[in-house]
Design a protein around this ligand. Structure first.
Ligand SMILES: C[S@@+](CC[C@H](N)C(=O)[O-])C[C@H]1O[C@@H](n2cnc3c(N)ncnc32)[C@H](O)[C@@H]1O
Length: 405
């Protein structure tokens, strides 16, 4: 079934069709800002590994599993920006615990080659524990990724679609076959800077589909087909899916509205972003007085998404959640007494990790960082804030958009 047919049959909006309402080239980020997400590998990885955010995001997301009502033939989950796969691996573990014998269809969007490698690296164990699982990873834009289909007909023709049925039954066998995909990834997960917009684009639109060969028969109706685009997700996670300083209209129109359209009836989209008002921002403001990148609240985002959906908005419930449910905090991992004891001096690696986390979360551009780090003021500022608060924590906020049943 072609996507347009599927939409008319399930009553979903025509705007879902790859050719409708989606401009031929969708910049991932607005051109007026040149902060580059994907050039910040080391900072991202240091942040992921020194702070508890991704654990807590995964817990928050897993709680949504209590509210989904999956339908045959599979639970459908979409990770809108899988990053290094830390959140995904954790969500999949909980999904297995809650739905032990249900088939899973899991689709992910990720443009960064290194992140795709890191995500794949976490999958052999998941395939062992939950064999009834299909994973699809794509590098195409948010508005198209849930359907695994580029909007632009020319890009659609160039789409590289690779299906891998993993043979064997041990993690070592799965791991080897995933390692063997490195040349394919190196060839097809390259990026280029768009001359028109300055944003990062995939050179080749690509989709990689993985499942266990011994479950191929069982998963026949779950495995996505190139000529049968289908979204219909039970749960979508949009964790930190855009740059904080991007315009709210951009976030709503290019990311959240298309993701909402990718929900099936009763499906839930959980959005999460940094909220500020924490010691992390205190560090940043000591070095750059008045700096505050956390300007778009979840309520503004929700209203902008409602506007972007126009008439279709009636099909959705928009829930900014009460503060007690929406806001959560996470910490930088430290050793006991490392920061709060008066006598101990804070180690340089802790100071650097704290500085990295604070400036990463505030998405400070490289040029400004380099300038600030040309003398020791930044370390003094970080030390002072750690001493004052006894620990380093950050605030995130979350919200829900669900498609009415
Ligand atoms: C597409 S996204 C998010 C990937 C994945 N969903 C996750 O939460 O790790 C990747 C980009 O989001 C930004 N990002 C990730 N975590 C962040 C945080 N806690 N605060 C601000 N930005 C963040 C970074 O710029 C990163 O390169």
């Amino acid at each position: 079934m072609k996507r347009a047919e599927q939409e008319s049959s399930d009553g979903a909006p025509a705007a879902l069709a790859p050719t409708a309402n989606i401009p031929a080239t969708l910049p991932e980020h607005p051109p007026e800002q040149d902060f580059r997400f994907y050039d910040n590998r080391q900072k991202y990885l240091m942040f992921v590994n020194t702070c508890s955010e991704k654990w807590i995001v995964a817990d928050r997301c897993a709680r949504e599993l209590d509210f989904i009502r999956p339908e045959q033939p599979a639970i459908r989950f979409f990770d809108a920006g899988v990053g290094d796969g830390t959140v995904l691996a954790r969500v999949l573990r909980t999904m297995h615990r809650k739905f032990e014998r249900y088939p899973f269809y899991v689709a992910c969007k990720e443009i960064s080659l290194e992140d795709v490698r890191l995500t794949l690296d976490k999958l052999p164990d998941r395939f062992l524990e939950h064999p009834e699982m299909v994973i699809a990873i794509t590098n195409i834009a948010y508005a198209e990724a849930p359907w695994l289909t580029p909007a632009n007909p020319e890009a659609r023709k160039r789409l590289v679609w690779k299906e891998v049925a993993l043979s064997g039954s041990t993690t070592a066998e799965f791991e080897q076959q995933i390692i063997d995909l490195q040349p394919f990834l190196a060839e097809n997960w390259r990026t280029k800077v768009s001359e028109k917009t300055g944003s990062m684009l995939p050179e080749t639109p690509a989709v990689l589909v993985l499942y266990r060969q011994d479950c191929q028969f069982l998963l026949d109706r779950v495995i996505p087909r190139q000529d049968e685009p289908r979204a219909d997700f039970d749960l979508i996670l949009a964790s930190q899916p855009f740059r904080l300083r991007a315009k709210v209209e951009f976030k709503a129109r290019r990311v959240l509205a298309p993701l909402a359209r990718a929900l099936r009836h009763g499906g839930r989209l959980l959005g999460i972003h940094s909220a500020g008002n924490d010691p992390g921002l205190e560090i940043v403001q000591k070095v750059w007085p008045g700096e505050d990148p956390f300007t778009t609240s979840r309520r503004q985002l929700i209203e902008a998404t409602r506007d972007a959906l126009g008439e279709e908005a009636k099909q959705f419930k928009f829930d900014p959640l009460p503060n007690a449910q929406a806001l959560f905090r996470y910490e930088m991992h430290t050793l006991p007494d490392e920061i709060d004891s008066e006598s101990a001096s804070i180690g340089t690696s802790t100071l650097l990790a704290a500085w990295n986390a604070a400036t990463y979360v505030a998405q400070i551009e490289d040029e400004r960082l380099a300038e600030a780090m040309s003398n020791s003021t930044y370390l003094d500022a970080t030390r002072a804030v750690l001493r004052k608060n006894g620990e380093l924590w950050f605030n995130d906020e979350s919200y829900l958009i669900s498609r009415l049943r």
